[in-house]
Design a protein around this ligand. Structure first.
Ligand SMILES: [Zn+2]
Length: 281
């Protein structure tokens, strides 16, 4: 991974427990970890100090991946479920640091990292799911996150209008079948405690169904799966590829690859966003 083009840029990955501030120095990722403070003024001061220290002054650009809901055009966060911050203007951080600032939700930013530096780096059109409590979805085209009017939400594609209730209020979303919270609700177990290959083949079937639908609409060159569940490896990926090939006939299925950057995808993606910015949509 040649990262020298990103030197001088700062990425910030904001999470409920910790904030990672990072840059590329001598071709390597260097990060500072901050325990997420409950008040934003404290977080702001620590993020500015870390960014300035990491690049020895003014960054060339700042990228931020944040929990949402976030409007990437304004970079304004009214509220978010897991951090008690209210009415945060992220672009103001760029004013304080004297550099351009670009903001997006954490799933899109991690997807950007996989598309540009990770499992999707050899492809132009990259789509993917992040399998966690919910199912995040991203589309990256030519190294830029695609949003549409607000944002793409492939985790909430409806597989069955009479299916289980989803957190979004609809019924039968992919997320209501194959997310960690859906699996827990259905089985009473955490996904990491389930070893039965037949169970994982069933989950693979739902994910394959989701990828079929994405492929008919977006036709990605590669599909990336991220999140804790990919640790299942071929127990998940092999039946998924089989079902994908069985269901999808109109175009060849895209290769399905596991994400490569793990928990550092967020900060890598924020650094990529800092340099590339958003494409006008
Ligand atoms: Zn939903």
């Amino acid at each position: 991974m040649n990262l020298s083009e990103y030197e001088g840029y700062v990425g910030i990955d904001i999470g409920g427990q910790s904030i990672k501030v990072g840059t590329i120095r001598n071709g390597e990722l260097v990060t500072r970890d901050i325990e997420t403070p409950p008040d934003y003024a404290n977080a702001r001061a620590q993020m500015i100090a870390a960014a300035t220290e990491l690049v020895g002054g003014k960054p060339k650009g700042l990228g931020i991946g944040t929990p949402g809901p976030i409007d990437w055009r304004t970079g304004f966060l009214y509220w978010t479920p897991n951090i008690p911050w209210k009415n945060v203007s992220y672009p103001e951080l760029g004013d304080a640091l004297g550099c351009p600032v670009y903001v997006d939700n954490d799933a899109n930013v991690a997807g950007l990292a996989e598309a540009v530096l990770g499992a999707g780096r050899d492809y132009r059109i990259v789509a993917g799911f992040t399998l966690g409590t919910g199912i995040g979805y991203f589309v990256v085209m030519d190294g830029h996150i695609y949003h549409g009017k607000l944002d793409v939400e492939g985790g909430h594609q409806v597989l069955n209008p009479n299916g289980p209730l989803c957190g979004c209020g609809a019924r039968g979303c992919l997320e209501a079948y194959a997310s960690a919270s859906a699996i827990e609700a259905r089985t009473g177990k955490e996904p990491e405690d389930i070893d039965d290959p037949a169970f994982w083949a069933e989950i693979a079937g739902y994910l394959a169904w989701g990828i079929v639908n994405v492929t008919t609409l977006v036709c990605p060159e590669v599909f990336v799966l991220a999140g804790g569940m990919i640790k299942r490896g071929e127990t998940l990926f092999q039946p998924l590829r089989e079902k994908l090939a069985q269901m999808l006939k109109i175009v060849p299925p895209p290769p399905v690859k596991p994400a490569e950057l793990g928990h550092r995808a967020g900060v890598y993606g924020a650094i990529v966003l800092a340099k590339r910015g958003h494409k006008a949509e």
